[in-house]
Design a protein around this ligand. Sequence first.
Ligand SMILES: Cc1cc2nc3c(=O)[nH]c(=O)nc-3n(C[C@H](O)[C@H](O)[C@H](O)COP(=O)(O)OP(=O)(O)OC[C@H]3O[C@@H](n4cnc5c(N)ncnc54)[C@H](O)[C@@H]3O)c2cc1C
Length: 496
Amino acid sequence: MGSNGGSPAFSVQARPCGVHNGSKIISVEAGMFDPLMTYDVMVVGGGNAGLCAAITARQTGASVLLLEQAPRELRGGNSRHTRNLRVIHDTPSEFLREVYLEDEYWGDLARVTGGNTDENLSRIMINESAGVTHWMAQCGARFQRSPSGTMNPSRKTAFLLGGGKALLNAYYLTAERLGVDILYDTEVRSLPLDDGFAREVKVVAHGVPTTVCAKAVVVSSGSFQANIDWLKHYWGEAADHFLIRGTAYAKGQILKDLLDQDVAPMGNPAQCHIVAVDARAPKFDGGIVTRLDCVPFSIVVDQNIRRIYDEGADIGPRRYAIWGRLVAQCQNQIAYAVFDSRAEGFFRPSIYPPIRAQTITELAGKLALDPPTLVATIHAFNSAVRSGTLDGNGPSHWQTEGITPPKTRWALPIDTPPFNSYPLGPGITFSYLGVKVDENARVLMTDGRPSGNIFAAGAIMAANVLGQGYLAGMGMTIGTVFGRIAGREAAKYANH
Ligand SMILES: Cc1cc2nc3c(=O)[nH]c(=O)nc-3n(C[C@H](O)[C@H](O)[C@H](O)COP(=O)(O)OP(=O)(O)OC[C@H]3O[C@@H](n4cnc5c(N)ncnc54)[C@H](O)[C@@H]3O)c2cc1C
């Protein structure tokens, strides 16, 4: 079958659903859930990793129950906000340019993590990424081809047509058709461990506390970045101002539950991936569209109207994370990008309109900043601009002289009304704490032994390969590759 369409290569079978036991029946999307049935594989969390695990396990013939805390309309976790995934390929395709081979991928990963990665697991992930787009297409994924997509094909990442939302909808449909039982509105509260085995799982399904049994469990419930109280352990009161870019359901209950029961931790609990987003974004689920592109074309001041960093220092993708961290460290976790009408055409506009005024004084009033100080700051900046000639690169090489911090690129004077501002807030993408796994995605205990029947995939184990930093498209690759490994190994375990 083609790599980007056609019918599934595996057979889709209807499977009789669990039958109620006389006490409590709970309807589910894909049938009925039987509290007394022992499933082969239970999957905790229905994002990309969980769906890949559930579909893979079911494809081997295992009975599978997927438990998702969100209601159906909010299913899909952070995965539904995604755009792309990073895969190796030795020939170009309709949605991937040129080639991207193992050693280059490994080099990129080693660089961004500063070596804070398990090379064995990383190379497994990199090598297995070669086949994932084909498998994804069999499960209904579509990729953006040139020139139909809004994104040009990239060399290192495949862009999803319709984004993560379309992917997750396709995966849920595939899972339902295959006969995976799915329970929404079901929070998994704990997996009591008995000598490293989870023999039953405590859940609250549709408000009803109950217990579910499975021979093997895949945990794919993400990390804890939506748990503000937990973030406060490391960030203090600042965490109250954090905007969570993705799902509100990433509270880390299962992560904490496992770590409290001697499962080995992985990753730095104090670290988060943070990007600068529009401070007017919703508290949760603002997604990709709230990220701001304007910083290199602006000056950025904090509430005290101090410029905080060289806005031109980094104009590549790294700038999002640099500025996220800087804003998180500002007073009240807010800063303001200020630019004039001449800068407007240089960047992708935000989903929100800029705050706009005809004078700097008026703009300061709208931002609740001290007008004379903002006027003086902009005057000092403008006086320091050393404009060059306007060549083919536009004003990209214009710099300042004699001010601290300097602006080393795109130093455009702010002098042509209307004047604009975007308020910047810290947008948390994910936290780095997870559980340690082996090459079969089996969760490891603190004494180094493998757990009995618990496997992990996705953000909950991502720190094994991504101990720090980030590479575009890696979150989805980790979830897809280790989701499939976890599903396969959990089913294998259950069948023995
Ligand atoms: C705005 C944004 C854009 C991103 N863009 C990209 C991108 O383009 N490419 C990329 O590779 N990565 C991207 N990422 C990162 C990517 O989203 C994650 O790495 C990936 O989605 C993690 O998948 P997952 O399945 O592990 O977790 P999730 O997709 O978050 O799924 C976890 C699921 O578990 C459920 N859950 C949690 N706790 C429980 C519980 N106790 N009981 C039951 N269910 C529970 C949640 O409701 C959720 O549905 C982006 C992240 C964000 C926030």
